[in-house]
Design a protein around this ligand. Structure first.
Ligand SMILES: Cc1cc2nc3c(=O)[nH]c(=O)nc-3n(C[C@H](O)[C@H](O)[C@H](O)COP(=O)(O)OP(=O)(O)OC[C@H]3O[C@@H](n4cnc5c(N)ncnc54)[C@H](O)[C@@H]3O)c2cc1C
Length: 321
């Protein structure tokens, strides 16, 4: 049976939920071979979970100086595996994943399908373009077609059967002289809210929210009621209302949650391209003519300072009853 390599996303010894989405999409192409790259000691704790998720083989590359290197250990590991035994490769379409497939495409002389929202058994993949209004099927040439899959675009499904989970440890080349080395590393301070890229629910605010204080008083309480991540438009970020890491859109991140609530956002195309594959879209805006309403499943016309707190209070009341 044909096989497919999937780059495992993991953090602090845990398999990230997006890995299950990668497995689900990759299964269309063949039996899944998981590739886990990380610091020494990072792989053993992942093996059971990866086998349960359906991995037939688990390649573990533990790299002594992993924390000082950027994407190159993953590139070295995947290119070595694919050169020896060519097969499609599936990674997550985050910033590292997109760089990894770019480098692999050059090394393996294979085509790249970036930021896809679905993968078909014939090797074609689905792109969602023009703000999600058009879906395009594309196919990549080469022995090792490369796919980066948009987080949240595919519903994670449990594997029909546990995989054999045969572990193969291997080493990757050391850093080249001209490779970037990380001198120091300060993890971003994370709050209790879910990660924006992986969140099932997102409450996003735009310039209409008015200020950083209003984000804290109106947007964040609603997000917390829903267990949601907070997003923002570029204009809200540029005006200093919310941190740049939360920007959704063309020059921010692309998200695909189950529920997206956009508050005080006009719905410019550069914002829509980053969120329009959300399953359910609710828009709150005082101007009924704004373009955001044209993509909304539910539009609420009114003052966000009344509607958002009322929604938060209602959710709170229902949680109590
Ligand atoms: C190259 C390029 C890249 C870009 N990349 C991005 C990107 O990645 N992400 C992004 O978001 N934008 C991006 N933009 C900017 C984009 O074009 C828009 O300017 C931006 O999305 C608008 O942000 P906004 O909706 O918050 O602000 P506005 O367009 O100013 O909309 C504010 C909205 O709030 C409503 N409002 C005001 N007060 C209230 C109230 N009290 N109650 C209810 N509603 C209220 C208004 O009716 C209005 O619709 C990019 C632009 C360019 C040129």
């Amino acid at each position: 049976m044909s096989h497919v390599y999937v780059l495992v996303e993991h953090e602090n010894g845990q398999i990230s939920p997006v890995t299950q989405e990668l497995f689900t999409a990759a299964r269309a192409l063949g039996s899944v071979r998981a590739v886990a790259v990380g610091a020494p000691g990072s792989c053993d704790g992942l093996v059971d979970g990866l086998a349960s998720a359906g991995a037939e083989k688990i390649y573990c590359a533990e790299v002594a100086d992993y924390d000082q290197r950027l994407v190159m250990p993953e590139v070295e590991a995947l290119s070595a595996l694919a050169a020896a035994d060519p097969a499609p490769i599936v990674v997550s379409a985050n910033s590292a994943g997109n760089e990894i497939v770019g480098r692999l495409g050059a090394r393996l002389a294979s085509g790249i399908l970036a930021d896809v929202v679905g993968i078909n058994a014939d090797g074609s993949a689905v792109h969602s373009i023009f703000g999600g209004s058009v879906e395009v099927l594309a196919q990549a040439e080469g022995d090792c077609p490369l796919y980066s899959l948009r987080p949240g675009a595919v519903d994670a499904e449990a594997s029909p059967a546990k995989g054999a989970g045969i572990v193969e440890k291997f080493s990757v080349d050391g850093a080249a002289d001209n490779e970037v080395r990380v001198e120091s590393f300060t993890p971003a301070v994370k709050g209790d809210r879910p990660d924006l890229l992986q969140a099932k629910n997102i409450v996003a605010g735009g310039r209409g929210v008015g200020s950083a204080e209003n984000f804290a008083e109106v947007i964040e309480p609603l997000a917390d009621r829903l267990g949601a991540a907070v997003g923002a438009t570029r204009d809200a970020v540029d005006d200093g209302m919310y941190a740049p890491a939360h920007q959704i859109g063309q020059t921010g991140v692309t998200v695909s949650p189950k529920l997206y609530i956009g508050v005080g956002i006009s719905g410019a195309i550069q914002h829509l391209v980053g969120m329009q594959t959300a399953e359910h879209i609710i828009v709150v805006n005082q101007d009924a003519d704004e373009p955001f309403f044209s993509v909304a499943d539910l539009g609420v016309v009114g003052d966000l300072h009344e509607i958002a707190p009322a929604l938060t209070a209602e959710l709170q009341a229902r949680a109590r009853s």
